[in-house]
Design a protein around this ligand. Structure first.
Ligand code: BGC
Length: 755
């Protein structure tokens, strides 16, 4: 059999490295000793349950581990606990196969970085990679060797709570981020004890649920999947991601977890993925509710589709034996899945040393270190997006009295944001902490809560979860606002810390209304009525429709959820120590009725002429313009940047040739600062309709005040390719427009021809 495999690989031209050959031989030998039950055990990924330090051997899971019925565990942390669990596998199970330990290390471990949507607004790939590297360093020091990240689901729907966990709406930016994150987690050698295996998720199209409702049906054309939604998953595969997680949703009527076209034909055959596929939480069991049969039926479907590991559903463990006996699955299908999981463990070096990640001394010096926190603070400040700054309200002067008002000003627990399972919430820096520390005795900070996050106590209970209370205040709204106004009147400037709380976005946190909660709007009105300058610091995990706020509040800084160092980082930006440079990775709509609204849309046959608001029989609305509130790529700075002299090295491009696009960017304002220079293309005529603009390059440049820099991009024919109606990746000769500028809506323009 083995000989046959090698011969086949030889004939198909697949090159095996010496390490692959060794791995293959090792696993073949091991599998030769495994019973069917032990094989099914490797495919089983239960949750860790309630193991506390010292209780591993008496926990419910211990018996299963001894019997060889567990392949790995997840969401258990601490090197000591993990070592104890690993010991059960290594000392008390028959074949002593090490377990793999996974966790949702999504945007940092204990040192938390901004939520992924925030991180993506840095447009800084070196920084993205560094954040993943630090997360891997900390997680691995605490026993973990596998993370369920990066989450690369493109989403154009801010109602969906999980937009907070992804990189926004753009396939190109999303692909760059996917690569950087995989590299950051996995490094160049997975066997090192400070690198961990990444798991790209949720494959696929999870970010496109109907009506933005989590777990809802997804339905889209293949051509859209290939051009607009698949690129980041593919980029992660190309970057060598070790594992892939299935998504909950259906695709063409078949849930992803049982979708053979997706998991085998596309992922493995077309893209060449050679790691393992794990389901999302209970995704196999959920196919019973999807209506695909009982647990036995759906488990068999999942395995046959190419899914290797079952998270929590116990379907593989408990039903595949019977399915094998009945001929519904084959031994080969089971063996293939087992092999892929054993390979992952081999690649992580666990067979060499199962305790590789269980050094009991590392966590003390490698987790939540002052150095990591310093970097997290620095990184967080790069993710804030300055949405408005009339009359240079910002930066604030460090003098007089600053009133800090709002339900999110004094809430450490909410700063890390959603999916921050390893964070020690009370250790986060709130905005109040950060501002007080920053101004010292040079200015006075006064504070009032002003209002609750939301006015409905039932809604408040739903969002005060996972150790992140909103700290509900029982006083009537009127009384709280009156107190806030009295405090604000004594100040020179008001900073209003408003928005969503951390768990208003994230999993199963969809919203049908994406305005600022009404009670917070009332607070803003009262603060503005004092006549003092108001700066709105907006916490959010999604684009919010803040048309009223944009019209009335002089300055708006969007800070997402910036991680454990949030308060310090926000203070750095508010006080001008750091000049904001974040750019939106997702469009902000004027109202929820415009959703989905995204910059790289098609033109339609009845586009609205530029600069117009409404025309009968054109594609538009009666009651709102087509414009976004803030476009993709938008973000202000304390300084200004001027663009001029957009030049192309040639008027034409040939296959195999190169075209240089250059532009002069000048920092024309009064502060040093960074600018994200963006390049977009439009393919004017295609065999299929093409988007009005597509991001194809960006550079983040730091310019001293007064400095001018020529920024260059190189385009090749490959950049002009797309999937045509036969799903071939091609370019088509003809006219192209190129746009370079400060956002998707503010660019210089030129043209060239692809010959
Ligand atoms: C989420 C995944 C996560 C998994 C494990 C699921 O509910 O959808 O993103 O990785 O749980 O915690």
């Amino acid at each position: 059999m083995k000989k046959y495999l090698f011969a086949l690989l030889f004939l198909t031209g697949v090159q095996l490295s010496a390490q692959d050959v060794r791995m293959d031989a090792f696993i073949t030998e091991l599998m030769g000793k495994m019973t069917l039950e032990e094989k099914l055990g490797q495919l089983n990924l239960p949750a860790s349950g309630d193991i506390t330090t010292g209780t591993a051997s008496s926990s419910n899971i211990a018996e299963k581990i001894k019997e060889g019925k567990v392949g790995g565990l997840f969401n258990i942390k601490s090197a000591e606990k993990i070592r104890d669990v690993q010991k059960i596998a290594m000392e008390q199970s028959r074949l002593k196969i090490p377990l793999i330990f996974g966790m949702d290390v999504i945007h940092g471990y204990q040192t938390m970085f901004p939520i992924p949507l925030g991180m993506s607004c840095s447009w800084d790939m070196e920084l993205m990679e560094r954040s993943a590297r630090i997360a891997a360093q900390e997680a691995s020091a605490d026993g973990i060797n596998w993370t369920f990240s990066p989450m690369v689901d493109i989403s154009r729907d801010p109602r969906w709570g999980r937009v907070s966990e992804g990189s926004g709406e753009d396939p190109y930016l999303g692909s760059q981020i996917a690569k950087a994150m995989v590299k950051g987690y996995q490094g160049d050698d997975l066997r090192k004890n400070n690198t961990i295996m990444a798991c790209v998720k949720h494959f696929a199209l999870y970010g496109a649920p109907e009506a933005g409702r989590d777990y809802n049906t997804t339905d889209m054309s293949r051509i859209r999947m290939y051009n607009e939604y698949f690129p980041p998953y593919k980029a992660a595969v190309e970057a060598g991601v070790g594992s892939v997680m299935t998504s909950f949703n259906e695709i063409d009527g078949i849930p992803a977890t049982a979708n053979k076209w997706l998991m085998t034909d596309l992922l493995r055959k077309d893209w060449g993925f050679n790691g393992f596929v794990v389901t999302d939480y209970t995704a196999i069991l959920e196919m019973v509710d999807h209506g695909l049969g009982n647990l036995k039926d759906v488990s068999a479907l999942a395995l046959k589709a190419g899914t290797d590991m079952d998270m929590v559903a116990d379907g593989f463990l408990n039903t595949l034996k019977e399915s094998l006996e009945e001929g519904k699955v084959t031994q080969q299908e089971i063996d293939q899945a087992v092999r892929r999981i054993l390979e992952a463990k081999y690649k992580l070096g666990l067979f060499e040393d199962p305790y590789r990640y269980c050094d009991l001394n590392r966590a003390k010096t490698e987790v939540f270190t002052p150095e990591n926190r310093r970097k997290a603070r620095e990184i967080a400040a790069q993710t804030f997006v300055l949405l408005k700054n009339d009359k240079q309200t910002l930066p604030l002067q460090e003098k007089g009295t600053i009133a800090l008002i709002g339900p999110l000003a004094d809430n450490r627990e909410n700063m890390p944001g959603t999916w921050s399972v390893a964070a020690d919430f009370p250790k986060s820096v709130s905005l109040l902490d950060g501002m007080k520390k920053a101004v010292g005795n040079r200015a006075k900070i006064v504070y009032a809560k002003g209002t609750n996050v939301v006015s409905d106590p039932q809604l408040d209970a739903r969002i005060s979860i996972f150790g992140k209370p909103t700290k509900w205040d029982n006083r009537p709204q009127k009384e709280m606002i009156a107190e806030a106004v009295a405090v604000a009147r004594k100040a020179d400037v008001i900073v209003a810390a408003v928005g969503e709380s951390a768990e208003m976005s994230g999993e199963a946190s969809s919203r049908s209304d994406i305005n600022l909660p009404e009670n917070q709007r009332e607070l803003l009105e009262a603060l503005l009525a004092t006549g003092k300058p108001v700066v709105m610091v907006m916490f959010t995990g999604r684009p919010l429709s803040i048309s009223w706020e944009k019209a009335h509040v002089p300055a708006i800084l969007n800070v997402w959820f910036a991680g454990t160092e949030a308060g310090d980082a926000i203070a750095d930006v508010l006080l001008g120590k750091v000049n904001p440079s974040g750019k939106l990775s997702t469009t902000f709509p004027q109202n929820v009725g415009q959703v989905p609204l995204y910059y790289n849309h098609k033109n339609t046959g009845r586009p609205l002429p530029d600069g117009t608001w409404f025309q009968k029989f054109r594609s538009n609305y009666l009651d709102v313009s087509n414009d976004p509130l803030f476009p993709f790529g938008f973000g202000l700075s304390y300084t200004t940047f001027d663009y001029k002299n957009l030049k192309l090295s040639d008027s034409g491009l040939t296959a195999g040739g190169k075209l240089t696009v250059s532009v002069e960017v000048t920092n024309s304002g009064n502060y040093d600062g960074a600018e994200v220079v963006q390049l977009y293309l439009r393919d004017m005529v295609g065999s299929v309709t093409r988007p009005v603009k597509e991001l194809k390059g960006f550079r983040k440049v730091f310019l001293k005040k007064g400095e001018t820099r020529t920024v260059e991009f190189t385009l090749t024919e490959n950049d002009l390719r797309f999937y045509n109606s036969d799903l071939q990746f091609v370019s088509e000769p003809g006219d192209f427009r190129v746009f370079v500028g400060t956002s998707s809506a503010n660019t210089l323009e030129a043209g060239f021809v692809l010959k």
